[in-house]
Ligand binder design. Structure first.
Ligand code: FAD
Length: 413
């Protein structure tokens, strides 16, 4: 029998933004909590542009002032460009349906994730790091998490392990979106020309040919910028190029990003990721709840990942509180959580589908003529995805991907 490292109300696998947020919320409920994080921090992670609607969550756990004090780049808007025509529009968060969420931050994740994890530690979470969770066993009266150094006992285990999908992987529940297989190549650079309207804005530039995909340009407070290209996996493979060649050629071919990168000087390595859009059959089980990327991740074009993860952490904290109140830790008791998480993913997925497959980008960059459409898009970009006043959400999710411009016109002027 391996030794018992500790016994907690809740054990969390993963110390990224979702895991740290959940731990902080549970500590505020008075629960005993541990986080098991495999990597020593600080460590690199992609996912650098945050959404305004995650600021509420950071405020709620008491870390917003620390984020502000750390001096991260403030982001007031998102600029979208059609690369071939240079048609573009900047969406300012202050102009959304909700006026109270005018900004977010753009962050290098290495120090940012450490700041959140340190905050959870300060609130009383026990952090085991570096330590990997190897296996989960669920019994009638509790759960046990195996690690190389011993077992951790808990009433509930939250899997917040990110794209490593600790439990969905073991349960064979991870399903890659077959029609959405993408590759990305990205890096950090000095001397990139930033958004002229506001140097803190993110820029997303899309090539009309969706197989070629799109670029992100995310500025940081220290003057460096994250730049990445996303393309269809098939298109990338067929090019026969190395990631570095593919990145270089994409920059040279881009009318909007090329000129911004003329003096660019790379810091560190170019990195790649592939097949990052997937879901899980289930987001819950007996004594188990999956949060953030551990359950699903959708395409990064609208910077929704950290937002969806910390929002799910809030919903998970509520579901776990309910389970402790009733003493019912069954899968059934967590089904409401799963449903709410799926609603959020569905909204962003519908938005992403419109962006990739249809003429929606054209509508975005000409939306100035249609103020209601522009406001509605701005709200979605800010993360205001549960807003029932937003008719665009009802339209995109109700149509199940069948975006039709004429219908949108009649709905939104
Ligand atoms: C190309 C690309 C661009 C992106 N851009 C953005 C963006 O601009 N904005 C945005 O919000 N999101 C973006 N994302 C998404 C973002 O990276 C994730 O959604 C976000 O990091 C999810 O947070 P999380 O806490 O759920 O998981 P993570 O941040 O992945 O944290 C999971 C943690 O779990 C740990 N872990 C894994 N397995 C184990 C184990 N067995 N035992 C112990 N620990 C373990 C890992 O070490 C990691 O620290 C992007 C993603 C991609 C692929």
């Amino acid at each position: 029998m391996s030794k018992v490292l500790g016994e907690f109300d809740v054990a969390i696998v993963g110390g990224g933004p979702g895991g740290s947020t959940l731990a902080s919320l549970l500590r505020r409920q008075g629960r005993s909590v541990c986080i098991v994080e495999r990597d020593p921090f600080p460590r690199f992670r992609i996912g650098e542009s945050l959404l305004p609607f995650s600021m509420d969550t950071f405020q709620r756990i008491g870390v917003l002032e620390k984020i502000r004090a750390a001096g991260y780049q403030v982001k007031h808007g998102a600029r979208f460009v059609v690369d071939e025509t240079l048609e573009e529009e900047c969406f300012w968060f202050r102009n959304g349906l909700d006026k109270d969420h005018p900004f977010a931050f753009q962050v290098q994740r290495a120090p940012f994730d450490k700041l959140l994890l340190d905050h959870a530690t300060e609130l009383g979470a026990k952090v085991y790091q570096p330590l990997a969770a190897l296996n989960l066993t669920v019994h009638e009266d509790g759960a046990e998490l195996d690690t190389p150094e011993g077992r951790i006992r808990a009433q509930v285990v939250a899997d917040v392990s990110g794209r490593w999908t600790f439990m969905s992987g073991r349960q064979n529940q991870r399903k890659i979106h077959p029609s959405h297989r993408k590759v990305t190549v990205f890096g950090h650079f000095r001397e990139v020309t930033r958004c002229e309207q506001d140097p803190g804005n993110i820029i997303i530039a899309r090539f009309g040919d969706t197989k070629m995909g799109w670029f992100w340009l995310i500025p940081f407070a220290d003057g460096t910028t994250s730049v990445g290209v996303v393309a269809d996996s098939e298109y990338f493979r067929a090019s026969g190029k190395t990631p570095a060649e593919f990145f270089g050629e994409s920059v040279r071919n881009s009318r909007s990003i090329g000129p911004r990168m003329i003096k660019a000087e790379r810091i560190g390595e170019l990195r790649t990721e592939a097949d990052f859009s997937y879901t899980s059959e289930r987001h819950v089980g007996d004594r188990l709840i999956k949060v953030g990327d551990a359950g699903a991740f959708i395409d990064p074009v609208f910077s929704s990942g950290v937002f969806l993860s910390v929002k799910a952490a809030e919903m998970a904290a509520e579901a776990i509180a309910g389970a402790f109140d009733t003493g019912d830790f069954s899968e059934k008791s967590f089904l409401g959580y799963e449903e709410r998480v799926r609603v959020g993913t569905k909204v962003f997925w519908a938005f992403i589908d419109a962006f990739y497959n249809k003429d929606f980008l054209k509508q975005m960059v000409t939306s100035r003529r249609r103020p209601l459409l522009q406001k509605s898009i701005t709200s979605l970009l800010a993360g205001d995805i549960y807003n029932e006043r937003n008719m665009l959400i009802a339209y995109l999710t109700g149509k199940d991907g069948a975006y039709a411009d004429a219908e949108l016109q009649s709905l939104m002027g």
